[in-house]
Design a protein. Structure first.
Length: 93
């Protein structure tokens, strides 16, 4: 695999990981014991730590990417492995 393809796949894993990691560890202002600012949504986070979230996302994305690369190299899971209905078999007449 070319390095540009690997980089593009890593960026895809990183952007997917943002949505996986973002909801964890979030506390609303009410849960933190603070008061809402007028116009603030009740579900808004009390504090937002972008650096901490970026670090967690990078760890998750790197782990997923390494698993992807190992699967690519060793072929643990192939399209034939997940073919549950036998549609990948060629029909010859």
């Amino acid at each position: 695999m070319r390095w540009t393809s690997a980089l593009a796949i890593y960026i895809l894993f990183w952007s997917l990981s943002v949505f996986l990691v973002l909801p964890f560890g979030v506390r609303t202002t009410r849960e933190a014991g603070g008061e809402l600012v007028p116009g603030q949504a009740e579900s808004a986070p009390h504090e937002f730590h972008a650096g901490r979230i970026a670090w967690r996302v990078t760890i998750v994305a790197t782990t997923l990417f390494v698993l992807f690369q190992l699967n690519y190299a060793y072929g643990w899971i192939t399209p034939q492995t997940v073919d549950l209905f036998g549609r990948g078999k060629m029909v010859t007449r």
